[in-house]
Design a protein around this ligand. Structure first.
Ligand code: SF4
Ligand code: SF4
Length: 381
């Protein structure tokens, strides 16, 4: 019979940072939260994620007795500067499609359990963070994120993996609660660009940039375009400003060679003009929350990010997108971004495209030209 000690040793051999145990009791507090915010989380049901079912481990594994929680640090290595600040770090080395990293280690862990007759399930809809806190592995920040007790210098750069098992193990002492220092004046809430963090431990998911980048519908509303900055997929802002994460951020980490090798595939220009083949083979296998039919949203996000760089070198790319992109939402965002960057080339391109076939593009251009800082040569005509 496997002991807790043997399981912990195997988990560490497989490079997991920490491991804890909790019972398979239902997560009733989570159930209540979901019930009271059902409207805010309704979109998850639309994409096939049922969080309500996940609050009862027995609905996932009928003989569930315990949950073993493994802590994985997704930021053990550095990421290229061209990707930092544009992509949530937890997505940069995500192998859920390629299955060539964490998935293999998790599989090896479950095989180890199975050899001793333990059946397991790793449900994606179980409240992993709460399970981890219940297993004594960490607590919460006011930004709603989970902070590890031991891994990654007590930071939030970790993901808990809850493995539901059909064998009883004595539970560890829970550490559920908020672990923020009193002296922190809610830096995460102040820094959230879209106001998604409404108050301590309360987030409106539909206002979060992470949601907006991959699930936002239609042309991004004008009032969100600047606050969304250059984020393309996810957002780490509330983690970057957090004092609890500074010890980890202050380190020199070795570069993640795998991610560095594919960084050129994710450059703004490449994304803005990518064809279906590039999207499906080079981008989607690593960041898959958007469907194949949503290439336009990636391109729209790239155009918005270009505008927010305030970097003139993107003007030719945006002019090309305004002229050539087949999706009106991308052309409209390219027009907005050209307005952000300004200059005579941008102005001329907007004037030329003023009779675009799509109304939303014509409207966007008309509004952009109204507030456009007129280039000097045009003022003199
Ligand atoms: S991830 Fe970004 S947008 Fe979402 S709550 Fe944090 S700071 Fe706000
Ligand atoms: S920024 Fe401050 S309040 Fe927010 S999670 Fe970090 S320590 Fe807590």
């Amino acid at each position: 019979m496997l002991s807790k000690q043997a399981i912990m040793e195997r988990a560490h051999e497989l490079d997991f940072e920490d491991v804890g145990f909790t019972s398979a009791e239902p997560f009733t507090s989570q159930d209540k939260i979901l019930q009271s915010h059902s409207e805010a989380y309704a979109w998850l049901k639309d994409i096939g994620v049922d969080l309500f079912t996940g609050t009862d481990p027995k609905s996932i594994l009928p003989n569930a007795c315990s949950i073993i929680v493994l802590i994985e640090c997704y930021f053990r290595e550095a990421f290229p500067a061209s990707l930092e600040g544009k992509f949530g770090r937890c997505y940069l080395d995500d192998d859920r499609i390629t299955r060539d990293g964490l998935t293999r280690r998790l599989k090896a862990f479950r095989s180890f359990l199975r050899e001793d007759g333990i059946e397991s399930a790793v449900p994606f809809n179980l409240p992993h963070r709460l399970a981890a806190a219940r297993a004594g592995l960490g607590d919460f920040g006011k930004n709603c994120l989970f902070y590890s007790n031991k891994a990654a210098r007590g930071s939030s750069w970790v993901v808990p993996l809850a493995v539901v098992v059909d064998r009883d193990f004595s539970p560890d002492e829970p550490t559920v609660g908020v672990g923020c220092p009193d002296w922190c004046r809610n830096a995460c809430i102040a820094a959230c660009p879209t106001g998604a963090l409404e108050s301590p431990r309360r987030i409106e998911p539909r206002k979060c940039i992470s949601f907006l980048t991959y699930h936002g519908q239609g042309l991004t509303p004008l009032e969100l375009r600047e606050p969304m900055g250059v984020w393309l997929y996810g957002c780490d802002r509330c983690q970057e400003v957090c004092p609890r994460n500074q010890a980890w951020l202050a380190q020199e980490l070795p570069m993640n060679a795998k991610v560095a090798a594919r960084a050129p595939d994710f450059e703004l220009s490449r994304l803005l003009h990518m064809d279906a083949a590039h999207y499906e083979t080079r981008v989607w296998p690593h960041m898959f929350y958007m469907a194949f039919t949503d290439r336009w949203r990636w391109q729209m996000n790239a155009a918005r990010a270009m505008g927010n760089t305030r970097d003139q070198r993107y003007v030719p790319d945006l002019i090309r997108a305004l002229r050539e992109n087949e999706d009106e939402r991308v052309r409209a965002m390219a027009a907005w971004a050209l307005g952000r960057l300004g200059g005579s080339d941008a102005y001329a391109a907007l004037k030329t495209a003023a009779n675009d076939s799509a109304e939303i593009v014509r409207n966007e251009i008309a509004r952009t030209l109204t507030g456009f800082p007129m280039p000097v040569q045009d003022r003199q005509q």
